[in-house]
Ligand binder design. Structure first.
Ligand code: ZN
Length: 338
């Protein structure tokens, strides 16, 4: 065996010693299959000790508690952390697009976007320089600009506490815990309940609403509805078969949901994707990000960076151990909207 190979302790075979995908959430290689002996075995019916080693009822119970909380999710239950204003905006959205004739706002927006890779101070100094020459202008401050952009894009963060070792988030059935159930680290660093670590979730509702608030964007979102009707017509003309499978929308699972009415014209279809993100060239993943892909967009637009919506960010240093607890915030919000 080469020195850069390691022996797999489970099956005795060797495998390359590369670390694999650093973003992979698996803790370790899959355990060996546990032989289960049936009642006809000559030995005792079930080896309870072996069974106890492979079954972890606590984790199953916790997963069930998360599922139960999602089943009854609503925008006014204890798990919703959106502000009152954001909930009102979700239920009663603005009906007019952003006014492009506001020249001060437009100047502020141009400055903000130009200085995206600079510091906040650069924006402020440039703004002050313009105001010295044109004191009557009403260019928004950096904070005002951030608020306006948040309103336009629908990107509003929700902040929750988490274990500083990245084990879990204090959400759902863990919301009232004061220490990590995995490593025991306290949730707070002082008696003022200052959290040891926080993570950010970007709820999907306001972002989808923002997509519908622009005429061009709304037209792009109608792709799925138009294409679905086209596929169904084509299918009917071909005796129930689809001549060419081009996309997810041609798939049997999707069309079955359309036929049963689970997915309707006015619904939106989303895909959630989670992976590790390597923020530094020579360091393993130390941040996990999940995103939403909007399947109402045409396939050539769907995966473009500007159309992929942020879901949440889970900081390192370690791999999350109870991933449900981090995803719960975004999924609870989605379930409440559903
Ligand atoms: Zn922990």
């Amino acid at each position: 065996m080469d020195s850069d190979e390691v022996e797999n302790p489970h099956n005795g075979t060797s495998m390359a010693g590369t670390p694999g995908d650093p973003g992979c959430l698996a803790d370790s290689p899959a355990p060996p299959p546990t032989p289960v002996r049936g009642p006809q075995s000559s030995e005792s019916a079930f080896n309870l000790e072996e069974l106890a080693e492979v079954v972890c009822l606590g984790d199953i119970k916790l997963a069930m508690d998360f599922i139960q909380a999602l089943r009854v999710a609503s925008l006014d239950d204890e798990h919703n952390r959106l502000s009152k204003d954001a909930v009102e905006c979700l239920q009663d959205p603005p009906t007019a697009p952003v006014d492009p004739s506001d020249r001060d706002f437009r100047l502020g927006l141009d400055l903000f976007l130009t200085h995206l890779k600079s510091s906040q101070e650069t924006y402020t100094l440039t703004r002050e320089a313009i105001l010295r020459r044109h004191p009557d202008d009403n260019i928004p401050s950096y904070d005002q600009m951030k608020r306006r952009i948040s309103e336009i894009t629908g990107v509003v963060p929700i902040v929750h506490h988490m274990c500083p070792n990245s084990c879990l988030a204090f959400t759902g059935p863990l919301a009232k815990d004061e220490a990590c159930r995995k490593c025991g680290h306290p949730r707070y660093i002082d008696e003022h309940q200052t959290p040891a670590q926080e993570f950010y979730t970007i709820p999907i509702g306001p972002q989808l609403q923002a997509l519908w608030a622009n005429a061009d964007s709304a037209h792009n979102l109608s792709y799925r509805r138009r294409k679905t009707h086209e596929i169904l017509r084509e299918k009917a003309c071909n005796g129930g078969t689809i001549p060419c499978f081009e996309d997810f929308l041609h798939g049997n699972e999707y069309l079955k949901r359309v036929r049963t009415g689970d997915i309707q014209d006015t619904d939106m279809v989303l895909m959630l994707s989670l992976d590790g993100a390597q923020l530094y060239a020579h360091k393993a993943s130390d941040c996990w990000i999940y995103i939403w892909v909007v399947f109402d967009h045409a396939p050539d637009a769907r995966y473009m960076k500007k159309h992929v919506l942020p879901g949440g960010f889970i900081p390192g240093p370690n791999k999350p151990k109870i991933i449900d607890s981090f995803l719960f915030v975004g999924l609870h919000h989605l379930a409440a909207l559903q």
